[in-house]
Ligand binder design. Structure first.
Ligand SMILES: Nc1ncnc2c1ncn2[C@@H]1O[C@H](COP(=O)(O)OP(=O)(O)O)[C@@H](O)[C@H]1O
Ligand SMILES: [Mg+2]
Length: 221
């Protein structure tokens, strides 16, 4: 599903200078895999996830997503494909505070042009799927941390992605709640979803099928 060859990313700094965050990533992820991405802070995990999730472009190497070379896509092509292909889960949930859980989940469908009623119905079904039946009308402030992350996961599933990317999804949760979120991710993976999850928690990494170790912008063998 994913194939990266010698992916490079340099962030521009001052005139003529740059910081090389990825210095040659080779990586293959098969359909249906659940892989944990680990490594010290600053080693390039989020940079890698953002590129894999079509939020950012590499400036060297190749990225094939489902056989398509997306590394040279322009911004419009990238965001269009992202909306239909990738779901993102964030450490700090990134929910809109004035919107209900159902409205947060509905939003990516509206961006894609799904009719309002249909989107609302699907949002409720997704919230039920992640264990939040009865909380659809709560705003994020009226939910616990674990519940907020379940909303985040339901939102990531809104457009039926083939790839779920989660950047430290349990980083703001206590360990018991983190395990519950991990159980939810595992059940989604068991149903066929390909998942890549950044985590510092070695127990959670072990619970995923595979661990990818990043160091200094490279994958450790
Ligand atoms: N937008 C940016 N501009 C400049 N440097 C950045 C930017 N984003 C990340 N970096 C740098 O790139 C390196 C990798 O960052 P990141 O991928 O966020 O690491 P990780 O997620 O593993 O902690 C870090 O040294 C970070 O400071
Ligand atoms: Mg990070």
């Amino acid at each position: 599903m994913i194939k990266c060859e010698n992916l490079q990313k340099t962030y521009p700094l001052k005139k003529g200078q740059g910081y090389q965050a990825l210095s040659g990533i080779d990586l293959e992820i098969g359909r249906g895999e659940f892989a944990a991405v680990t490594g010290p802070s600053g080693c390039g995990k989020s940079t890698l996830l953002n590129i894999l999730g079509l939020l950012d472009n590499p400036d060297g190497g190749r990225y094939l997503l489902e056989g398509r070379d997306v590394s040279r896509f322009d911004d419009a092509e990238r965001s269009d494909l992202r909306l239909r292909t990738v779901g993102f889960v964030f450490q700090s949930f990134n929910l809109l505070p004035r919107f209900s859980a159902a409205e947060n989940v509905r939003l990516p469908m509206l961006y894609r042009g799904v009719p309002k009623e249909e989107a609302a119905e699907r949002a409720r079904a997704l919230l039920e799927k992640v264990g939040l039946k009865g909380k659809a009308d709560n705003t994020p402030l009226e939910l616990s941390g674990g519940e907020r992350q379940r909303v985040g996961i339901a939102r990531a599933l809104a457009n039926d992605p083939v790839l779920l990317l989660a950047d430290e999804p349990t980083g703001n949760l206590d360990s018991r709640t983190g395990l519950e979120v991990m159980d939810l991710l595992r059940s989604l993976n068991a149903a066929g979803l390909t998942i890549l999850m950044v985590t510092h928690d070695l127990n959670l990494a072990r619970a995923a099928g595979r661990t990818i170790k990043v160091r200094d912008g490279r994958i450790e063998p």
